[in-house]
Design a protein around this ligand. Sequence first.
Ligand SMILES: Cc1cc2nc3c(=O)[nH]c(=O)nc-3n(C[C@H](O)[C@H](O)[C@H](O)COP(=O)(O)OP(=O)(O)OC[C@H]3O[C@@H](n4cnc5c(N)ncnc54)[C@H](O)[C@@H]3O)c2cc1C
Length: 259
Amino acid sequence: MNVAVCVKQIPDPAVPGSLSSDHTLDRSGKLILDESDSYGVEMALQLVDAAGGGEVTLISMAPNDEVSGLRTALAMGAAKAILVSDPALAGSDALSTAKVLAKSIERAGDIDLVLAATESSDGYTGTVPAQVGELLGWPALTFSRHVEIADGKVKVQRQTEAGYDEVEASLPAIVSVTAGVVEPRYPSFKGIMAAKNKPVDKVTAADLGLDASQVGWAGARQEIVNVEQAPARQAGEKFEDDGTGAEKIVAFLEQLKVV
Ligand SMILES: Cc1cc2nc3c(=O)[nH]c(=O)nc-3n(C[C@H](O)[C@H](O)[C@H](O)COP(=O)(O)OP(=O)(O)OC[C@H]3O[C@@H](n4cnc5c(N)ncnc54)[C@H](O)[C@@H]3O)c2cc1C
């Protein structure tokens, strides 16, 4: 059972972020493993263990040959990684990112299952996993709060507002998992040392057969034209109940067109 996990390396959320002049997040500093993706890594390790064989391959697209976040996931127990880093990828929107990830999964070869998070912590469009599934021609199961492999199929509990749906698909497939699907392990000292020597295949867009016009600013179908501070939250309106409180609340809600 070979599982690939898409892991995004993001600026440390504990440090206040800043925007570059092109309105994208400044990713020039050290990047770390997105906590959302640590759940996918843990899930993959458990599925490979349960299958009794196979390995976990990490897939990441990040600027400046960044491997810090990958080393964390390798220290958790993943076997190897593919890192796509290329100045031509600057400005890539979600679809271009999905193209890069899909090509990387094909490069990994012999993958039964791909895991990703439901949404990243710094971009959170939540669109990449389904796009990767479409590009590969594989089923995409999303919002999974429980994942198991049985009878050559992947079976998930798909989180809904009211509870969950049970959904299954043939393999290979891509599954996006919610936070809490499993409890991610802390890398051990032995794992951290071992991670230093695990293979990271560093590739460019051209190595994946992607033309520069399909990715980066050239291939982006979105443009961030302006960014503004979110307006400060206004003070609420307070109603003293003098016996007419209920009417005042109803009138207020009618004004908002919610009743
Ligand atoms: C106009 C525009 C310009 C941008 N310019 C840049 C740029 O110059 N440099 C830059 O680094 N980013 C840039 N980005 C953001 C980058 O392309 C995002 O990674 C991409 O849009 C994915 O969006 P998301 O994080 O919202 O994905 P989501 O769909 O929220 O992510 C869900 C999951 O998909 C997987 N995933 C998503 N992105 C990656 C990734 N990169 N590697 C591995 N797994 C991943 C992870 O498992 C993640 O948890 C830009 C985005 C836009 C819209």
